[in-house]
Design a binder for this molecule. Structure first.
Ligand code: SF4
Ligand code: SF4
Length: 124
């Protein structure tokens, strides 16, 4: 059973700079938005970090930059049903390291809404 709760998290994993996607992911996103796969590839992805295709990003008040599909106010994915395979697999085990840290800090600081940001040292 999962020992983390994404609904109580500000979406740290969506701020990773490298969210690598496959041709299948691009095709799924294209279908979701009613555009062709090449259009989806050009619009939503770029070559970066030595990878063939990663998701484009945008500014975020908590983490500096975050996935372009992330709603920075509601703190959730806007393409959940069409999200890439790598997002479906993460964190791939019953624990999420960021969530463990966040839970510890929230209990320690007695602040249920505390958000560990990229400025807090651990997550640069
Ligand atoms: S960082 Fe962990 S808890 Fe937060 S949204 Fe991602 S998987 Fe969920
Ligand atoms: S597609 Fe959705 S789940 Fe994946 S990184 Fe972007 S906002 Fe997060």
């Amino acid at each position: 059973m999962a020992k983390y709760d994404c609904m109580k998290c500000p979406g740290y994993c969506c701020s990773y700079p490298v969210i690598e996607i496959t041709g299948r992911d691009v095709a799924r996103l294209g279908r979701h938005f009613g555009i062709t796969a090449p259009e989806a590839q050009a619009k939503f992805t770029k070559k970066a970090h030595g990878r063939e295709r990663v998701l484009r990003r945008k500014d975020d008040p908590h983490f500096g930059r975050i996935c372009r599909f992330f709603d920075t106010e509601a703190r959730r994915c806007t393409v959940y049903k069409a999200r890439p395979g790598i997002c479906r697999q993460f964190p791939g085990e019953s624990r999420c390291g960021y969530y463990d840290f966040l839970k510890f800090e929230r209990e320690h600081q007695k602040d249920a809404d505390y958000v560990a940001t990229t400025d807090s040292g651990m997550f640069r």
